[in-house]
Design a protein around this ligand. Structure first.
Ligand code: NDP
Length: 308
């Protein structure tokens, strides 16, 4: 029995050290050093390296180091084994920071002030208290829910859009495709924290953008493919949408000839919403392996039919 891990964030030695601390007797192989591949029964991947899964004849469990499993689910060699996400179900403090950072930037019109500064122009834009600002979070999963709670604590009026219905609490809940437009129509700042699935690909497009209130802003922290780029640019150019902040893109790094780089109303962030911390994740990976070998039911399983 052995674990193969791709060292997503942090080098091989950092991961080896963190895994040895959490589970000293674990046989660890760090990609691309497989040793005898037949020993490997568990693999922990970010996006799996091309062809990696094909080399593992006895794989019985996959642990996803990243929250998004879209790249993993697209792997043509994916075997029918359980996939478990290793992230903290209580959310991620770095994602909370990033969400709050960008919501505050749009709430207080920072993109407009930066443009005005370039023109040496002294402008004053309307200031609203957070309690009067309606923020919508698309996806209230492990990461989205924690981020929405932080926004609520900061005083914003927060609503969330999810797939399965549930009662509203402090965060107003809109569920299902038929409630998407109502959710968007009340959201002045939209934060996308959806997983990329067949249902959510291209969800931010002309038809959905036009429902947003005039002057709304979009923050995309999900996946680049959630947004139809040409429709986003058209909504910004028409003045309907005030600004957008994008942390994720269909092709990364973002090609230098992409119009997104130079658009005055777009803030491009190079997929830096958070980083994975081996010292935090290694004990979680080891706990999953312990449970798996002890046949204890696993939580945070990815449902392949739902796509997340
Ligand atoms: P989860 O899988 O825990 O939650 C997904 C959420 O999205 C759930 O609330 C789910 O609804 C909702 N959802 C899924 N499909 C639909 C749909 N068709 N309609 C409405 N709601 C839907 O994900 P996480 O919160 O852990 O992460 C979300 C995503 O954030 C990741 O998949 C990844 O793409 C992105 N991410 C980006 C990072 C970055 O660096 N920029 C870092 C980390 C994550 P329900 O609750 O009803 O199931």
């Amino acid at each position: 029995m052995a674990l193969l891990l791709t060292p997503t964030f942090g080098g091989a030695e950092v991961w080896r050290g963190a895994l040895a601390t959490a589970m000293p007797d674990l046989d660890v192989r760090i990609w691309p050093e497989l040793g005898n591949a037949a020993d490997i029964d568990v693999a922990a991947f970010g996006p799996p390296p091309a062809g990696a899964i094909r080399k593992l004849p006895n794989l019985r469990l996959i642990v996803s180091l990243t929250a998004g499993t879209d790249a993993l689910l697209r792997d043509p060699d994916l075997p029918p084994v359980p996939i478990v996400r290793a992230g903290d179900p209580a959310g991620d403090t770095m994602m909370n920071e990033t969400t709050l950072l960008h919501v505050l930037r749009h709430h207080r019109h920072m993109p407009d002030y930066l443009l005005a500064q370039q023109r040496c122009e002294w402008i004053k834009l309307p200031i609203k208290p957070a309690a009067e600002r309606k923020v919508g979070v698309m996806g209230l999963g492990a990461i989205g829910f924690a981020a929405a709670e932080v926004l609520t604590s900061a005083g914003f009026q927060v609503a969330g859009w999810v797939r399965q219905s549930r009662p509203s609490g402090e965060i107003e809940i809109f569920s299902g495709r038929d409630r998407l437009k109502a959710f968007l129509a009340r959201s002045e700042i939209v934060v996308n924290l959806l997983p990329l699935t067949q249902e959510t690909r291209g969800i931010i497009a002309a038809e959905t953008l036009k429902v947003l209130p005039a002057g709304a802003a979009i923050i995309n922290l999900g996946r680049g493919e959630h947004i139809v780029e040409a429709d986003l640019i058209a909504a910004l150019d028409s003045g309907h949408l005030a600004a957008a902040t994008l942390d994720v893109f269909p092709a990364e790094p973002l090609p230098s000839d992409s119009p997104l780089w130079r658009h005055p109303k777009i803030t491009v962030m190079p997929h830096v919403a958070r980083r994975l911390v081996p010292a935090d994740l290694a004990p979680r990976v080891c706990e999953i392996i312990r449970k798996f070998h002890a046949r204890i039911p696993l939580t945070q399983l990815v449902d392949r039919n739902r796509g997340y």
